[in-house]
Write a protein that binds this ligand. Structure first.
Ligand SMILES: O=C(O)CCC(=O)C(=O)O
Ligand SMILES: [Fe+2]
Length: 284
């Protein structure tokens, strides 16, 4: 795999010469980087996905028929403050997705250009960084789906074809518990391959693999919790923190075990997947 060398490394990523990148021979265009995130980097993206990204104006799957408006408006806040174990369980398992940027309408399966919310600049920079590093310099992150998978949940086989632009790759970041990921082909006739997506793994579906069937049949308990493994990268050197689009306060806070505890509880039995797409051919 050709990795672009002269790029400034964002905070929360391991140095590029340590990345383990793979391609799968039977699935041209499918790329995997095995956990390029530092422990603190993983914690940052987990906290963003739980605390911040589900907040309005982003859209969540929780609906007014089943939940009061204050839960829909701040799911994490409600979950965090809940003391009743039954309600905690219900809240934790009810959250399945949140959408950012251009919002995919799950009923019509089309992107609605009339509903557009700001794409988070930290997620924009991270995705552009991976895109540049892997040889997709024109990639524009325009939509994200954060998928939440409590253990026992799954995602059935599908292709992601609602985007107008099928040439742009799709980037997927996994955190927390391990997924069995099935990657198939353009037709359901051909056998899929199974791989593990563990915490920190980056999967790219580009070229031929962009429109292939895929599924998450099972979430498994992970053997390790790399979001807590500070021994593997004890000293994080920060480059130019002034130019980062990341929330540096949060990056500090996730180091504090008391602050981190509720997030740790969530990822101890759930998986989070951040799925990034370019919807249109240019910046709309
Ligand atoms: O959870 C995953 O790894 C895949 C999610 C996915 O396929 C999607 O959001 O379309
Ligand atoms: Fe998908």
């Amino acid at each position: 795999m050709n990795i672009h060398k002269n790029l400034y490394l964002p905070i929360g990523l391991k140095p590029r010469h340590t990345w383990r990148c793979y391609v799968l021979e039977e699935h041209p265009g499918l790329l995997i980087i095995r956990n390029p995130f530092t422990s603190r980097g993983q914690r940052y993206w987990i906290a963003r996905s739980l605390r911040d990204y589900p907040l309005p104006p982003n859209i969540v799957n929780l609906d007014a028929k089943h939940f009061p408006s204050k839960t829909i408006a701040d799911w994490w806040g409600e979950l965090h403050n809940c003391t009743d174990p039954n309600v905690t369980h219900r809240l934790k398992t009810a959250m399945r997705w949140t959408t950012l940027g251009y919002h995919h309408n799950w009923d019509t399966k089309i992107y609605d250009t009339t509903i557009h919310t700001l794409f988070p600049s930290d997620l924009d920079s991270l995705s552009k960084y991976f895109a540049l590093a892997l040889g997709f310099p024109s990639f524009i992150p325009q939509a994200a789906i954060i998928n939440y998978y409590p253990i026992g949940t799954s995602l059935s086989g599908h292709t992601d074809h609602s985007e107008m632009n099928h040439e742009a790759p799709l980037f997927s970041y996994s955190f927390g518990q391990t997924a069995i990921f099935l990657i198939g082909h353009r037709s359901l006739e051909e056998e899929p391959s199974a791989l593990y997506l563990r915490s920190g793994d980056v999967l790219v579906m580009s070229k031929e693999s962009r429109l292939c069937y895929h599924a998450v049949p099972r979430i498994l308990k992970a053997f390790e919790d790399p979001w807590n493994n500070f021994f593997s990268n004890p000293r994080e050197k920060f480059g130019d923190t002034f130019t980062t689009s990341m929330n540096l306060t949060l990056f500090e806070q996730v180091n504090d075990e008391l602050f981190w505890k509720p997030f740790d509880r969530y990822v101890s039995d759930c998986r989070i997947n951040i799925n990034i797409r370019q919807v249109y051919h240019s910046d709309c």
